[in-house]
Design a binder for this molecule. Structure first.
Ligand code: F6P
Length: 490
């Protein structure tokens, strides 16, 4: 029996049939860890398929690779670094610099929440998406009235109105940048630096010298380290905006949730290991069933940034060359909205899109009719996608047999969110190992960064030599449009 023969066998049946044949399919194909339930019975595979996938994990010595991650071995080979984000959330860490920064965050939060009404958080990619997602998802846990304003993009139509609206005397600005060289973040920061006093600027960075040279006061710098990847940095002082909003105690609860998932990942057998199984389901869908995308559909408005967050986590980590298909295209958005927008394609379109659904049983607000409708919609979608529908009117037919995984939990808490994010982080690590790629670097992004600089230079010098006609045409059109609109104004 091989995975290819499994594929062949499963092509003669479908999910509805698999459920009809095995009344215990849900019982056999769901698990619960730290209050997080994962139902993967609606994935097109059997327990035999899972055993074969686990054999593949054993062939690449996954157990040892997991131990390497936690022990601080070099797992980022192109940059010769460990990836120790798990240590940031280890309550028993004896790493003095981690403990020092947590203390620094604690005292800073106490002071800042009384001093400021607003915080502008500048940062992009991992320096934005993590804290932004967590602040939105845990807005019900906000203990401080301080208002957070995340600015990632370099769009003047975002920053200018924000500065007009806020009071510079009562506003703090956090600049989240691991490298402190990111042009988007530093260009936004330049405008904010002109607008408020230097002692209201805070830097969170692994490049302390650059931050000081740029103008941040040394006491206002929160350090993190080159062994924390940007997209894994929400557990570090990059999470300072989270602590300002929900308080340090809740931030520590968030860390402890992730740590609980770490312990599970590091100790559970593969057959009972949630991140390993999630990774293997992905490998099955991508490399055997040829599904090239994965939709993330949480039934919670607070998780609307989960899809963008996972886009970076998965696509920046595992969007790498290999002799086989690697990271899927991650996309998605919140249900029920998704149902009334693009889920038509998921039901009847020509591409099969595996889905991760997420839903909480309880809301923190007492409107049970809304909550029942939300949960029923989530469960109903996965059922409809699995079963499909056949009628005499062909245009109403839905083929069904469309796979999904559902993550369900009692309610959104800091611990559960920590668990969910750590689950996906470890899934990404396992998939990277199976594909034989470097999950912790992002050299592809460098090309884009270099091209921005050279394009800006051409804009300033008008030296178009050696550029292709489209790039020249667009740059010249930009200048033409600018001069036409200037002329209209004058
Ligand atoms: O360009 C990609 C990237 O390096 C991400 O990996 C990172 O999260 C983001 O840019 C921001 O980088 P920094 O924190 O150094 O400003």
């Amino acid at each position: 029996m091989s995975l290819l023969s499994q594929k062949e066998e499963l092509s003669n049946t479908n999910l509805e049939q698999l459920f009809a044949n095995d009344k215990h399919r849900f019982a056999n194909m769901h698990m619960q860890v730290n209050g997080l339930l994962m139902d993967y019975s609606k994935q097109l595979l059997t327990t035999d398929t899972i055993k074969l996938l686990i054999d593949e994990a054993n062939k690449v010595a996954l157990k040892g690779k997991i131990a390497d991650l936690f022990s601080g071995a070099i797992v980022n080979h192109t940059e010769q670094r460990p990836a120790l984000h798990t240590e940031l959330r280890n309550p028993e860490t004896n790493n003095q610099s981690i403990l020092r920064v947590l203390d620094q965050m604690e005292s800073f939060v106490i002071k800042a929440v009384n001093q400021y009404t607003d915080v502008i958080v500048l940062g992009i990619g991992g320096s934005d998406l993590g804290p932004h997602l967590v602040c939105e998802a845990l807005s019900n846990y906000a203990v401080n009235t301080i208002k957070l304003h995340f600015v990632a993009n370099v769009d003047p139509d975002t920053l200018a109105p924000l500065l007009q609206q806020l009071d510079p005397k009562k506003t703090l600005c956090i600049i989240n940048s691991k490298t402190f060289t990111t042009i988007e973040t530093l260009t936004n920061a330049k405008y904010v630096r002109e607008w408020l006093k230097n002692d209201q600027l805070v830097g969170v960075t692994a490049n302390k010298d650059a931050a000081i040279t740029w103008g941040i006061q040394p006491d206002n710098i929160f350090e993190f380290w080159d062994w924390v990847g940007g997209r894994f940095s929400v557990w570090s002082a990059v999470g300072l905006p989270i602590a300002l909003s929900i308080g340090m105690d809740n931030f520590r609860r968030f860390l402890s949730g992730a740590h609980a998932m770490d312990k599970h990942f590091n100790t559970a057998s593969f057959a009972e290991n949630m991140p390993v199984l999630m990774a293997l389901l992905g490998i099955w869908n991508i490399n055997y069933l040829n599904h090239k995308t994965l939709a993330i559909i949480p039934y919670a408005d607070g998780l609307q940034l989960l899809a963008p967050y996972l886009q970076q986590l998965e696509m920046e980590s595992n969007g790498k060359a290999s002799n086989q298909q690697t990271a899927p295209i991650i996309w998605g958005g919140v249900g029920c909205n998704a149902q009334h927008a693009y889920m038509q394609l998921l039901h009847q379109g020509t591409q099969v899109v595996p889905i991760d659904f997420l839903v909480a049983a309880k809301s923190s607000n007492d409107m049970q009719e809304l909550q029942d409708l939300l949960v029923a919609s989530c469960i109903g979608q996965s059922q409809a996608l699995m079963q499909g529908r056949s009628t005499f009117e062909e245009y109403k037919n839905c083929p069904g047999n469309r796979p999904s995984t559902t993550l369900m939990f009692a309610e959104m808490t800091p611990e559960i969110l920590g668990n969910i994010i750590a689950l996906y982080e470890h899934k990404v690590y396992v998939q990277g190992i199976l594909w034989g790629i470097e999950s912790f670097d992002q050299w592809g992004v460098q090309l884009g960064k270099e091209l921005i600089k050279s394009t800006l230079q051409v804009m300033q010098t008008d030296d178009y030599a050696e550029l292709d006609s489209s790039t020249v045409g667009l740059l010249k059109s930009y200048k033409d449009f600018l001069s036409v609109s200037d002329a209209t104004k004058s």
